[in-house]
Design a binder for this molecule. Structure first.
Ligand SMILES: *Cc1c(COP(=O)(O)O)cnc(C)c1O
Length: 392
């Protein structure tokens, strides 16, 4: 494709002109079910009227002032997020990678400010994805993402998941924190056992380490709780959020307990755009919707139906789909064929999906997906599996 855009993506050559709810439309009016949601971003669907109104209202008043001044919309969203979670403090930024970066910096600075200057190392896990900055690729340690970019950033101990003994063996006097996604997204919708998360919480408490969760993909209602760690009934010290939190407006946030945020005094970290009035107006609007009565309840009942129907498909077409992974509307289809064969077939039948590690295909619909849409979609997926089976 001849384009002046940098060549970093393998793009599907299709273009979309508009969207509405779960649907995307091409210029010629072809309609697609969007089960990619811009990679778990369009949490409340495309062209959400309430979001448009709130964005437009703010756009007419004030877009940006920088963090040299107080920003009431930012203070409001921070207060709401802290009221709803373990956190006492929120730092706003513009993306998931930035939210993870400040999480790492906060953890190191916390120990530094207590005089523990050597406590800088962070334990991370194989299969993780934390973003594409030098810090976050070093944390995740995926060789495909590191290759050619020089010496990885020092200070990460990357180990396999679900091995508590190894976690204990890896901890030493230089360890500052443990960083983990409660459900690995890019890695292949690998759900971390709640028992393992609980153990990590215990170990970090025992060893005076901070527990950092990366909920950039699994947070903001995606699993049927506001944040996925609530299923494990644990509280982290620091958490990175992004993707769904802006409903399509680029936004990230690092949530921290008072204690964990102690090192981040004025001048230690910053962002020009983070938390600007325009972004915050949208962030508050997304939260208005997710906090509505029954919103998360509906995510839970609808996703239960979705999983149930997908399990039936899996049973009928084991040669195509061998297992269903994930929680809520963060769904992984474990493929018995190459996952691109299934995504291509779904695409031909006007369903958008996203690939992931371990030959998994991700379904990440807007959280506003309806029962009717789930039934339509699972019918199409079933038909796609039949087509693939017949071609085999
Ligand atoms: C997408 C993602 C990131 C990175 O977010 P960006 O906005 O692309 O920087 C970090 N962590 C997880 C778990 C993600 O899914």
């Amino acid at each position: 494709m001849s384009s002046s855009v940098a060549n970093t993506y393998n793009r599907n050559p299709i273009t979309f002109e508009s969207g509405e709810g779960i649907f995307l439309f091409t210029e010629s009016g072809e309609r697609y079910y969007d089960l990619a949601s811009g990679i778990a971003v369009n949490a409340v669907g495309h062209s959400n009227k309430y979001l448009i109104d709130k964005l437009t209202e703010q756009a007419k008043k004030l877009w940006h002032v920088s963090n040299l001044y107080r920003i009431p919309e930012q203070e409001l969203l921070a207060e709401r997020l802290t009221n709803l979670t373990f956190a006492d403090k929120v730092f706003f930024c513009n993306s998931g990678a930035e939210a993870v970066e400040v999480s790492i910096k906060a953890a190191r600075k916390y120990h530094f400010s207590l005089g523990n200057k050597n406590k800088t190392r962070i334990i991370t896990f194989e299969g993780a994805f934390h973003g594409r900055t030098l810090g976050t690729i070093s944390a995740a340690n995926n060789p495909n993402h590191l290759e050619g970019f020089g010496i990885p950033l020092e200070g990460f101990d990357n180990i396999p998941i679900h091995n508590i003994k190894l976690v204990n063996e890896t901890i030493n006097e230089t360890t500052a924190a443990i960083l983990i996604e409660p459900i690995q997204g890019e890695g292949g919708i690998r759900t971390i056992d709640t028992g393992f998360l609980k153990e990590l919480r215990k170990i970090t408490e025992k060893n005076n380490l901070l527990l950092i969760l990366d909920e950039v993909q699994c947070g903001m209602g995606r699993t049927g709780k506001l944040f996925a760690h609530e299923w494990a009934d644990i509280k982290p010290d620091i958490m990175a959020a992004a993707k769904g939190i802006g409903g399509g407006f680029p936004m990230g946030a690092c949530l921290m307990t008072e204690k964990a945020s102690n090192g981040l005094i004025p001048g230690t970290h910053g962002s020009t755009f983070g938390g600007n009035p325009l972004g915050m107006a949208v962030g508050n609007a997304v939260l208005d919707i997710i906090q509505e009565n029954n919103f998360l309840e509906k995510v839970n009942t609808n996703s239960t139906l979705f999983h149930k129907n997908l399990k039936i498909i899996c049973k009928n077409y084991p040669e195509v789909i061998s297992n269903i992974r994930g929680k809520g509307l963060m769904i992984g289809l474990e493929c018995n064929i190459k996952n691109t064969i299934l995504s291509d077939e779904l695409f031909k039948n006007k369903i958008l999906s996203v690939g992931a590690g371990e030959n998994v295909l991700r379904l990440l619909p807007p959280l506003t997906i309806s029962e009717k849409e789930i039934l339509e979609i699972t019918n199409i997926i079933s038909k796609c599996c039949e087509n693939i089976k017949n071609k085999k």
